[in-house]
Design a protein around this ligand. Sequence first.
Ligand SMILES: [Zn+2]
Length: 252
Amino acid sequence: MSFDRKLKGILKVRYRIKVKTGLHIGGSKESIEIGGIDNVVVKIPRYEINGKELRNVPYIPGSSLKGKVRSLLEWVEIPEDKGKPIALEWGGEPCQCGKCNVCKLFGVHKAKNIEEPEPVRLRFEDFYPTEETINMWERVLEVGFTELKTENIINRIRGNAEHPRHMERVIPGSVFEGYITMRVFEGDGYALFELLDKGLRMLEDDYLGGSGSRGYGRVEIIKPDKVIWKELPEYKEQEIDYAKIEDKVFKK
Ligand SMILES: [Zn+2]
């Protein structure tokens, strides 16, 4: 049956991501501005904050956040008729069923194989550093907005360090801010929002970016006190308590 439920409104939640250990979300080699770094972090070439224009500022791409949260949730979603997590269903690829809550929130992987996919509920914005974070970087870092960490491989026989490589990282204490927006349709249950919330909590016990098994990428997700709810047909912006999302958005 095709999807025929009306759009009820848009829920906008502004989260903060606090970096607790060095964060490395890889960027492209072309953006190397200092010679000799083999592992740069992703940056935007130009960033404006409060009238100040900055160059090459690290950020957290919405795609990185979305992909990570989705991959974590695919380990907890178990379809009733299956008995094993959807992470194990598709040979390592994202879920392609088009029916589960992960597909509803994040979209169906290879959607063209599904005849009538449901609309995707979530939009992840890029997350940018807060003004306090920019000020902190300018205060404590000598060059640019990142640290450069040197890592070695220990030779098993000689015991000495070899093949140093240089990892660029965002330093602990940095805070990034951005919106996750949810399209809510008539009949959508609070379970959908709860699943997103669970994914973000799971992320706090996992890692963002690369080298997580070596201590990188621990983050804390800071929820706002207030969120924005724009209900149709008026589409008027109203501020509601985060704690009241279930009552004000999903019940009725
Ligand atoms: Zn699915």
